[in-house]
Design a protein. Structure first.
Length: 435
């Protein structure tokens, strides 16, 4: 009898657990918006990595290395999150200062470059630095961690304005971790070495740039694009992410793809463009920047048909309070940028666009392709950054280069790296493998 009674109790507990799981499941998907469910228990800095494009290590001797291995990048992001948590925990006051790159780069440092400029109020929201003391006071596109004896200095930098909002974090263990991180990354990374334009007195370049350099034997593999949907089952599987019950959706075939829908959600996949629209977004959530950014980051994390790493390329804020987050792909740590022709043809600004309101994803648009290297085709590097700059000077009326970086310009099915050069809000591409 005791055994029978025990089995009854266990059965009741199992039924109760199943009931609660069901309650949580359907509550999470109320309004048919998968991404409206925000895990409130997560730390506010958990998704800072989606806002950071590159992590650099400055060794203090003129040598700069970029972290490209995922383990190194993730470890550096975690360290930055720990440092930001200390700012909040200690309720540290910030102070503003001018950024003199030739001085900053004399010391060992971890440097985090954002893919776009984050408004001061938005980065403060993202990092939960909301008090009058702790709030970031400058629009930020670079964050620097400078370890010293007994602590770490953290600088939120606006490169164009040459200004910084800085904090002095007195925590010896954080300094030790930062120095250890610098040593580990410099020992494990075998990619390009980068030079600083500030330390090399290049008057033609903005002084806040890090430019990759290589030896004469450098070769690059060709890159190709391919569809992430091999057949209809892939398309449907991708669409099912957005429905609370995929069995209840309708499917309509169109000339160049499919449309999936229920009473609140429409997913269209046609001509390589995957689009999701939610017409019943929950308006009860906060419209704080963090909640909206978290929603956009979660859609990237949950869409398993995104084959490449991503980085935040731009943000738009509209009068109705909505945000649109623009993301591009990365390959081998380098940005993959859609060409102007590709953007015009597909009516896109970036490879991924996520529109949010009140912490809910209302629209999601993705160029459903991925990029990989072709092992069978490679070419030597023939054009370094100086040659690329000279070519641009000869072909245009450019006076100063605001940014130059190695990237992939996705202008056809197969392509090699190119120098992406920005000047006066215009971007030019110069081939690396051609003279």
């Amino acid at each position: 009898m005791k055994s029978f009674g025990k089995n009854i109790i266990i059965a009741l507990l199992m039924l109760f657990a199943i009931y609660q799981t069901g309650e949580l499941w359907f509550e999470s998907f109320s309004g048919h918006n998968f991404f409206s469910f925000l895990e409130k228990s997560e730390q506010k800095t958990s998704y800072i990595s989606y806002a950071v494009e590159d992590v650099f290590v400055n060794l203090g001797d003129g040598k700069i290395i970029k972290a490209s291995k995922n383990e190194n990048v993730n470890s550096a992001h975690f360290l930055l999150e720990s440092a930001v948590n200390e700012i909040s925990k200690q309720n540290l006051s910030s102070y503003t200062e001018n950024t003199v790159w030739s001085e900053v780069l004399k010391s060992r440092a971890l440097i985090f470059d954002c893919g776009c400029t984050l408004k001061s109020k938005n980065i403060s929201s993202l990092l939960s630095l909301r008090t009058e003391n702790t709030a970031v006071s400058v629009d930020t596109d670079r964050v620097i961690m400078l370890p010293s004896e007994g602590g770490v200095k953290i600088m939120f930098v606006n490169k164009k304005e040459k200004s910084a909002c800085s904090y002095d974090v007195k925590e010896a263990s954080l300094s030790d971790r930062c120095l250890s991180e610098i040593r580990n990354i410099s020992a494990k990374e075998t990619g390009f070495t980068y030079l600083s334009t500030a330390l090399n007195s290049f008057t033609m370049f903005d002084e806040a740039l890090f430019i990759p350099i290589w030896n004469d034997e450098m070769r690059f593999k060709q890159v190709e694009g391919f569809s992430v949907h091999e057949d209809f089952s892939d398309v449907e599987s991708n669409a099912d992410i957005f429905f609370s019950n995929g069995n209840n959706k309708s499917i309509v075939g169109i000339s160049d793809g499919y449309i999936f829908s229920d009473e609140d959600v429409v997913v269209k996949c046609a001509s390589g463009i995957f689009e999701y629209s939610n017409y019943k977004a929950n308006s009860n959530e906060s419209n704080d920047f963090y909640d909206n950014f978290l929603a956009s980051a979660k859609i990237l994390r949950n869409d398993r048909y995104i084959r490449n790493d991503t980085y935040l390329y731009d943000i738009r804020e509209d009068a109705d309070g909505s945000y649109t987050f623009y993301f591009n792909y990365k390959l081998n740590g380098l940005p993959v940028v859609p060409s102007s022709e590709l953007c015009i043809k597909n009516d896109i600004k970036s490879f991924i666009e996520v529109k949010t309101l009140n912490g809910n994803v209302t629209k999601y648009k993705k160029y459903a392709y991925a990029y990989r290297e072709r092992e069978s085709n490679e070419k030597p590097a023939l054009t370094d950054y100086i040659s690329a700059a000279e070519k641009l000077y000869n072909d245009t009326s450019v006076e100063k280069i605001d940014d130059i970086r190695l990237s992939y310009n996705a202008h056809r099915d197969r392509f090699f790296p190119a120098w992406s050069i920005n000047t006066n809000n215009r971007t030019f591409f110069v081939s690396v493998t051609e003279k």
